[in-house]
Design a protein around this ligand. Sequence first.
Ligand code: F6P
Length: 359
Amino acid sequence: MLRIGMLTSGGDCQALNAAMRGVVKGVCSKRDDVEIYGFRDGYKGLIYANFDMLTAKNFSGILTRGGTILGTSRQPFKLMGVPDANGLDKVSAMKHTYHKLNLDCLVVLGGNGTHKTANLLREEGLNVITLPKTIDNDLWGTEMTFGFQSAVDIATDTIDRIHTTATSHSRVFIIEVMGHKVGHVTLHAGVAGGADIILLPEIPYDIDVIADVIQKRSGSNKSFTILAVAEGAVSKTDAQLKKKEYKDKLAKRKYPSIAYELAEQIQQKTDKEVRITVPGHTQRGGSPCAYDRVIATRVGAAAAELILKKEYGYMIGIKNGETQKVPLQNVAGRLKTVDPNCSLIQEAKRIGISFGDEI
Ligand code: F6P
């Protein structure tokens, strides 16, 4: 008997179901003695032994379905090893569930926080295999995470739709794009949507440069300006602050997010009408795009192969377009940020897109 535990953890994204389907189909095509334990709502399900016994049938017909059939939750790493309200040690509880069910391995689908915990469980002796899930595409060890391209497509569609109304009204529009502390989604959606200014956490901006770009556009008969702004974008001044000082500043900020702070500053400096659009969680919602379905299916199938070979302790990543196994300890705790010198940014600058850093 092959007993596989499976869970999805952290924020959901498109193609989680497609990836699980890939794992299950890949394993069940070779073995018919498989038991699948689907833990509910992320690591919580493993901690509190809340699971459903699933079969290959449960993973059929879910390729195109958004969200996750297992449910998910955020289980911050810092809570690991700290007892819950009833004094339960969560790491011991997870190990207990794993051993009690006599699992051969645990398949974990998640992003950065999830990988830290997965690596911790590996260190505790559990057989873990992970799949790279996040719209943010910020996981080290893989060129691509599933969910990313779908989010880019949705953010791009938002920018496309804003274009016509921005032009009609000669307005400045700020579209705030998800991505947590990195700018991969914003960079790609900004270029694909024809944004005039793209602001990323990795390239601190100068508000005077932004105002200057907007004024220059007005002067050359381009009365509208579209800014694609990463939710984690930061000004040059704020980038100088120490981590704690910046955190305190954010806590005291009167604006709900960076887009609102920018809107007020731009309005004051340019006298233009500014509007804000925040696509928010729509970027994680709905059916996965074709590209994500393919990536998810591939990493799922590659994970199945490792399970069948009993090779554990890896994340399945993508390198040069090929699936590869990456040791979990190399992935945990490492963020893949946008390289400010990457050719995409250089090419974007070449066609006149501003990153708010230089005139
Ligand atoms: O990590 C994915 C992500 O969508 C980030 O881009 C965003 O900052 C965060 O999750 C939002 O988290 P939540 O769904 O918990 O509000």
